[in-house]
Design a protein around this ligand. Structure first.
Ligand code: SAM
Length: 356
């Protein structure tokens, strides 16, 4: 592997999360408990052409994976058009000269001088999938992650603010039929709400052959009501599953992955992943940066500062100047998050505005 865009802690940045919109049709209590704050005017949002242009530059800089998110990304009109544009970035092309300079190893190896997008993914609440999953696949989407916080209708409604569990389950089926494999299912586990369903989710993963991802509740709620007491630790989640379905760690290198991954000891289909940023932080291997819908680069989910790529692009910067800007921003990436320290300040924007 060659080293491309690097931060000041020698972490290579390969993953970009792009938020397509701040808007969301769900009202998850751990994200937007009091409804949406005023949405920024449309002219402040990046257009599809602008997103395509900056993603093209990011890929030239070595970004291999782009995940579209939001808000609810499928609320952005004609998302299929955006996917079609980004899918074109999969064609390999020569790496930027600037980066060949950064990466000494690549200078001796012609093969490493090529870059290209390898993975185009989407995170969605699943609401629009029943009729549109096939269109996403046809446009060039590789993979999909669908959020599902409860398998019980009442709890789903209480956690998300909408009574649409059946529709999301139909969306998961449509995504499967469309071949958007492997399907990941995200569940945020919050004390007093759905921790009793953890083993049921594992049963769901086995039955539907999907990759369950259990996420610890993070202090990224718009209401700033997060409390440590509400966090169900990764360890507790593992234990709850293991009581019913013994797990075995998968023989894969974790690398920069957010999840620790397990298979079922009895060889059943499906997979379990535990994402525990609060109790088992994985910042040392972080390879991610984020681009908000209004064009701000965030170098960490918990950043308290943002860097306006939108202003740089709209002020008419040349491609080389944009590359310099991105390079400089990446060098400012935080060493880690500070959730567990007394000085921690939660970011002012919630997950729906940052792009989860
Ligand atoms: N609307 C899409 C969805 O529902 O998946 C994409 C955006 S959503 C912000 C992305 C992911 O962030 C979801 O899986 C959601 O559950 C998760 N999320 C939001 N707020 C969170 C929080 N405070 N702690 C942990 N995960 C959170």
């Amino acid at each position: 592997m060659s080293a491309l865009l690097k931060d000041s802690y020698h972490r290579t940045i390969r993953d970009l999360r792009v938020s397509l919109t701040d808007r969301c049709n769900f009202r998850c209590f751990y994200c937007l408990p009091h409804g949406e704050p005023p949405i920024a005017p449309k002219e402040q949002m990046l257009s599809y052409e602008e997103i395509e242009y900056v993603c093209d530059i990011f890929v030239e800089l070595g970004i291999e994976k782009i995940r579209l998110t939001g808000g609810e990304p499928m609320m952005r009109q004609d998302i299929e058009i955006m996917i079609r544009k980004l899918a074109k970035l999969k064609t390999p092309r020569p790496m930027s000269d600037k980066l060949q300079f950064v990466d000494d190893s690549a200078q001796n190896n012609d093969k490493l001088k090529f870059v290209g997008l390898k993975d185009l993914a989407l995170t969605t609440n699943g609401y629009y999938l029943p009729d549109r999953a096939q269109g996403l696949k046809d446009a060039g989407l590789d993979r999909i992650t669908i959020s599902l916080d409860s398998l019980k209708r009442e709890v789903f409604k209480q956690m998300t603010g909408v009574d649409v569990l059946d529709r999301v389950l139909a969306g998961i089926e449509s995504a499967k039929k469309a071949g958007l494999q492997p399907i990941k299912i995200n569940a945020v586990i919050v004390r007093g709400h759905n921790e009793d369903e953890v083993a049921d989710f594992a049963a769901f993963a086995r039955e539907h052959d999907v990759k369950m991802r259990f996420i610890e509740f993070m202090p990224l709620d718009a209401g700033h009501e997060w409390s440590r007491d509400d966090v169900v630790s990764g360890r507790e989640i593992r234990e709850r599953i293991s009581e019913r379905f013994p797990l075995v760690p998968l023989a894969v290198q974790r690398g920069s992955e957010t999840a620790s991954r397990y298979g079922f000891a009895d060889g059943a289909p499906g997979e379990i992943g535990i994402i525990a940023p609060v109790t088992e932080a994985f910042c040392g291997a972080c390879s991610r940066i984020r681009l908000t819908a209004d064009g701000q680069i965030r170098t960490c989910l918990f950043s308290t500062v943002e860097h306006s790529l939108r202003d740089v692009v709209r002020d008419g910067a040349s491609r080389a100047e944009i590359i310099d800007f991105i390079d400089g921003v990446v060098m400012k990436k935080e060493p880690r998050h500070f959730i567990n320290e007394p000085t921690f300040v939660a970011p002012s924007r919630s997950m729906s505005f940052i792009g989860g």
